[in-house]
Design a protein around this ligand. Sequence first.
Ligand code: ZN
Length: 126
Amino acid sequence: MTTSAEAVVERIIRDSPLAEQINRAHDFHCQICGDRLTLHRGFYAEGAHIRPLGKPHNGPDEPGNLLCLCPNHHVLFDRGMITIQADLTVMDTASGNSLGHLRVIQNHETNQDHLDYHREIIAKQS
Ligand SMILES: [Zn+2]
């Protein structure tokens, strides 16, 4: 059985150097809600792949396929409870309501093909 402490460690270690770089560029603020977690060692955010890595989705580990998210929004996004429209409006899948606009910064562009894939494949099979 995995303890919750082990689960937390796994999540932190899983973030690639690229994800860490993206999180730093966003100063660890979630691109959906703007929250930033403060831990003893510093700020914390998660690098969320829009098109998942590995089979069967084979998403790339590149900046355009990454979002800087808080843990709650990372889970909701991965499970397809949240999608992002082409104009970067964040949508709540269950209600169909807008949750506002994705928070963006200069020098980190979100790839539209990966957002399409997330809406068409991930959100519909989750
Ligand atoms: Zn968030």
